[in-house]
Write a protein that binds this ligand. Structure first.
Ligand code: G3H
Ligand code: 13P
Ligand code: NA
Ligand code: ZN
Length: 328
């Protein structure tokens, strides 16, 4: 059944678990997420970006998610719009039937230029007013995602700030977060704490304090009733990187956010954990390997099935580590 994000994250907060929010663009991702949820008895957040709507088409994306609720009626599903860059975009998703939207007012409508605090307040308030009237939840964002090491947002396509970000922009301020939540009434707040989108988060192996955990704690202390969201939470599995490169890929050395660090964040109010890149890496590795080892195969179902299997394993692992398992 389709539920709102608020309902799910309230339950997660009450029981102290986190929920991975997987990006979805196609049937294989959707199937992997649902089969993993079914096996582990986990509630689901699936999110569609503007890029996903462009790729699949809004009606296909919507029906893909609805198909999931039809085939797995016992699994609660939140249908979330990822990184909406204006209230108008959120409105369209609400009309499409999404049960939750992200109004990302940390950037201007181009999805690239860091916005002023006042702008962020204004567009987020507008989105909340509209969404709440329809029983739809809203995630806001305060601070800009980017590497504390380089000040760069990381992602080339999709949503991400262009140019260098200052230390202040890269870490959400706890007092500002409190004011923002009070004024906008968002249901969940994405915070900047040192992660960035995409596969190129860290150039060296993480040492165990890659996230600004102290900042998460400070924000959680200030707004204990707000559900915190961590974007850019892929772990960039080294085994899949190795498989991609073994079978013809060329991806340079790179590292993501260790699962243990995310689990630490979940102890301090992180409830929604956004993951896209890990599923992309797993499916690419599985397909490259299958095609290299089965050179006469031309049935796409064979290699897509490998991709689904690889993604399902990652989803199961995250549901188990984040404590989502058993809560459907
Ligand atoms: O926010 C970034 C997500 O990974 C979505 O990426 O815009 O390429 O679909 P996308
Ligand atoms: P990753 O690129 O780390 O998977 O992050 C995805 C994300 O934050 C989508 O909003
Ligand atoms: Na989102
Ligand atoms: Zn994101």
């Amino acid at each position: 059944a389709l539920i709102s994000m608020r309902q799910l994250l309230d339950h997660a907060a009450e029981h102290g678990y986190g929920v991975p929010a997987f990006n979805v663009n196609n049937l294989e991702q959707m199937r992997a997420i649902m089969e993993a949820a079914d096996k582990t008895n986990s509630p689901v957040i699936v999110q569609g970006s503007a890029g996903a709507r462009k790729y699949a088409g809004a009606p296909f994306l919507r029906h893909l998610i609805l198909a999931a609720t039809e085939e797995f009626p016992h699994i609660p599903v939140v249908m979330h719009q990822d990184h909406g860059t204006s209230p108008a975009i959120c409105q369209r998703s609400i009309q499409l039937g999404f049960s939750s939207v992200m109004m990302d007012g940390s950037l201007r409508e181009d999805g690239k230029t860091p916005a002023s605090y006042e702008y962020n307040l204004e567009v987020t308030k507008k989105a909340v007013e509209m969404a709440h009237a329809c029983g739809v939840s809203v995630e806001g964002e305060l601070g800009c995602l980017g590497s504390l090491e380089t000040g760069e947002a990381g992602e080339e396509d999709g949503v991400g700030a262009e140019g260098k970000l200052s230390h202040d922009q890269l870490l959400t301020d706890p007092d500002e977060a409190a004011d923002f939540v009070k004024q906008t009434q968002v249901d969940a707040l994405a915070i900047a704490i040192g992660t960035s989108h995409g596969a190129y988060k860290f150039s060296r192996p993480p040492t165990g304090d890659i996230l600004a955990i102290e900042r998460i704690k400070a924000i959680h202390n200030r707004i204990p009733d707000t559900h915190l969201v961590m974007h850019g939470s892929s772990s960039v599995p080294q085994d899949w990187l190795a498989i991609i490169n073994e079978f013809g890929g060329e991806i340079p050395e790179t590292y993501g956010v260790p699962v243990e660090e995310i689990v630490e964040g979940i102890k301090y109010g992180v409830r929604k954990v956004n993951i896209d890149t890990d599923l992309r890496l797993a499916s690419t590795g599985a397909i490259r390997r299958h095609l290299a080892q089965n050179t006469s195969n031309f049935d796409p179902r064979k290699y897509f099935a490998e991709a689904t299997k690889a993604m399902t394993e990652i989803c199961i692992a995250r549901y188990e580590s984040f404590g989502t398992a058993g809560n459907a």
